[in-house]
Design a protein around this ligand. Structure first.
Ligand SMILES: C[S@@+](CC[C@H](N)C(=O)[O-])C[C@H]1O[C@@H](n2cnc3c(N)ncnc32)[C@H](O)[C@@H]1O
Length: 199
């Protein structure tokens, strides 16, 4: 749909299959960048004729909101603000309707502290049977790679998820398997172990 998405193909397919199967009323995402993930979620809503997306970024890049609105009219609400703040979470809550089934996809600032705060404020919005997915949790394994950063070994989304899970037994790690045994699903992922299902 003409917008860059910062995800690997396997993760995109797995997200699409999961959301197609779960059919949540709302996907809340943090981190929009060029709008690729927003359009993925919104396009799935449009295809099934139901559902909406709440997209949060601290600053929207030029043209992103217009491009999303053109491709997916009336499906996406944008919130500009810090995705880790309680005020932003309160704004999301105001946009939810009673009975909404909600999934959350976290892909903004990948520091452990920021993700921990996002989990604290947005995690409770995930409804039973739905997923809380935390992107880029393999940072620790890339700390020593070219362009990696040494503090990624401890300062990463996976560390925040470990802490969150220790205090939240209502969530379990549960990466959905690909529905087909074809090479479509490569297992190559930026976040193989941070698909959390709410019991
Ligand atoms: C990794 S990109 C998002 C990629 C997008 N989800 C995709 O799949 O193509 C991260 C985005 O998070 C945003 N961001 C960084 N820190 C943030 C914060 N504290 N609150 C909200 N958004 C933030 C950046 O502006 C950037 O657009």
């Amino acid at each position: 749909m003409g917008r860059q998405i910062l995800q690997l193909p396997d993760d995109i397919l797995r997200l699409a299959e999961l959301l197609w199967r779960l059919r949540p009323d709302v996907v809340v995402e943090t981190g929009v960048y060029e709008g690729g993930s927003t359009l993925l979620f919104a396009a799935l809503c449009r295809l099934r004729g139901d559902g909406r997306v709440i997209s949060i970024d601290r600053e929207f890049r030029p043209g992103v909101r217009e491009a999303v609105r053109e491709s997916a009219p009336d499906r996406v609400a944008f919130i500009q603000g810090d995705s880790a703040s309680p005020e932003t979470a309160a704004e999301v809550l105001r946009l939810l309707r009673p009975g909404d089934r909600v999934c959350v996809f976290l892909d903004s600032d990948h520091s452990a502290r920021h993700v921990a705060a996002e989990l604290r404020h947005l995690g409770p919005l995930v409804t039973s049977g739905c997923y809380l997915i935390v992107a880029d949790s393999i940072c620790a394994e890339l700390a020593q790679c070219p362009e990696g950063e040494s503090d990624w070994s401890w300062n990463n989304p996976g560390a925040a998820v470990d802490e969150f899970l220790a205090a939240h037994p209502e969530f379990v790690r549960d990466r959905p398997s690909g529905p087909f045994t074809t090479p479509d699903f490569t297992e190559l992922s930026y976040f193989p172990s941070t698909w959390l299902r709410r019991l």
